[in-house]
Design a protein around this ligand. Structure first.
Ligand code: FCB
Length: 461
């Protein structure tokens, strides 16, 4: 029972959140450079210009992972470093950087898992419409080909797109993430293009290296409804569930989009789906990546929420706008049971999926060094232990979870929230860039060393 012997224990990061060096090695501007440099978009004007300076300090970060016994490392490739023009010529400085990173990981005995797209779209491509422009399916497939040619001999596992829901809805509808667009037509186009891109990227990777294993990373949740007898709330739940949980899985497995959304989107969707697209969406990915942080609560929206969303079904998660206690610094409720429930549900609704990786799971807490220089992030330890328990219960119920990546290795640039939301098991002093492994890093290290069996005693202590 519990974690299988070949279970893979990892940690995750993303290029824009940690690399810094935003003008080094011929890197072009990404949409996150533009967005973060635009006043009012990111908390206190924080940017990824320096971030954790991982671009220059990757060797130190790999050493930390090696010391902790981390077995796999999920990082992302920055498209603007590899193909600064978005399409066309390769930038060898950028390619060399990732080559060195990958070689150093392999030397340290750490398996690299590369995410092709974790949100830093070259700005030049956003200038042509970004994810709302269908041409992006070709642009990103070509980038995937280049990445596979350069790194596919050494990187066995690939994530195609990280959280396409966030790319689409936070980026093109709510406008709270780059590129900051607020337009339903563009969001619906992006919903389709991201789904299609996942399938085409997979084909592009396989064309270069047929043995490559790849999958998409989806942010998913378990919905809880305030009042199960309220038909309106149940309907709202079904829309939310279709939009967040079902869209990409139904596309890749069944070649269809959820019927309620197809009806709701109407012509806006029909005009972007070209003949043959629905067949092209179907792809037998080697694994599914799940990013899980918390459950979502559906309650009767307040008058203010209804007005703010102009009648849209996309209400914020909580009925009164405040997070139900307890919650992390993000305001996200702490709901470990929801992870087991979600995994069991995925296994039931899409039994075709035979390999699930938790590609992100973690908590933001602002603990810093005490007078002895130690970071005692006990709340993160609780979060980690309780969520791993939840994963192990799902495994006991037959859900094929094969890997877990804690988000994140390092405190980093948390998108619109800047540097105040700290997710790392390693503390980063953003003045000096010094790294300090937190208590949670040491606990995770023991979990890895014992393949999870230490969880029992950690829980009791
Ligand atoms: C996810 C993102 C990741 C990180 C976590 C906290 O949505 O994929 O980059 O910011 O949230």
């Amino acid at each position: 029972m519990g974690f299988p012997e070949d279970f893979s224990w990892g940690s995750a990061t993303a290029s824009y959140q940690i690399e810094g060096a935003y003008q080094d090695g011929g890197r072009s501007m990404s949409i996150w450079d533009t967005f973060s440099h635009t006043p009012g978009k990111v908390f206190q004007g924080h940017t990824g210009d320096v971030a954790c300076d991982h671009y220059h300090r990757y060797a130190e970060d790999i050493k930390i992972m090696k010391d902790l016994g981390i077995q796999s490392y999920r990082f992302s490739l920055a498209w603007p470093r590899i193909i600064p023009g978005g399409t066309g010529a390769r930038e060898m400085h950028g390619i060399d950087f990732y080559s060195r990173l990958i070689d150093a990981l392999l030397d340290a005995g750490i398996q690299p898992t590369a995410t092709l797209y974790h949100w830093d779209l070259p700005q030049v491509l956003q200038d042509k419409g970004g994810w709302a422009n269908r041409d992006i399916v070709g642009w990103i497939s070509d980038y995937a080909t280049v990445a596979a040619e350069e790194f596919g001999d050494r990187v066995a596992n690939w994530v195609t797109i990280n959280e396409p829901w966030c790319v689409t809805w936070l980026g093109y509808f709510f406008g709270v993430h780059a590129p900051g667009v607020k337009d339903l037509d563009q969001a619906i186009a992006s919903s389709h293009h991201t789904a299609l891109a996942h399938a085409e990227i997979t084909r592009a990777l396989r064309a270069v290296h047929p043995e490559i294993r790849s999958g998409i990373s989806l942010n998913m949740t378990s919905y809880r409804v305030d009042d199960e007898s309220n038909a309106e709330l149940l309907k709202l739940r079904d829309y939310q569930d279709a939009n967040l949980n079902r869209w990409y899985l139904d596309a890749q497995i069944k070649g269809e989009y959820p019927a309620n959304l197809v009806e709701f989107y109407g012509d806006k969707l029909a005009k972007v789906v070209k003949p043959g697209d629905m067949e092209k969406l179907v792809i037998d990915s080697e694994f599914l990546g799940i990013n899980y942080y918390s459950d979502s609560f559906i309650g009767t929206p307040t008058k203010e929420q209804v007005e703010k969303n102009a009648g849209s079904f996309l209400f914020p998660i909580n009925s009164d706008g405040t997070p139900p206690a307890p919650h992390t610094d993000m305001g996200w409720p702490i709901t470990p049971q929801g992870l087991e429930d979600l995994l069991v549900r995925i296994h039931k609704d899409w039994p075709e999926i035979e390999d699930i990786a938790i590609t992100e799971n973690g908590a933001a807490y602002d603990d810093g060094p005490d007078e002895n220089g130690q970071v005692n992030d006990e709340r993160r330890v609780d979060y980690l232990v309780n969520h791993l328990d939840s994963v192990s219960r799902a495994i006991d119920k037959g859900v094929p979870v094969k890997a877990y990546y804690y988000w994140s290795l390092l405190d980093n640039f948390e998108w619109a929230e800047g540097y105040v939301k700290r997710f790392g098991i390693v503390y980063v002093n953003f003045e000096t860039l010094q790294r300090i492994p937190k208590l949670s890093a040491n606990v995770y290290s023991k979990v890895i060393a014992t393949n999870g069996s230490v969880l029992e005693s950690v829980r009791k202590s």
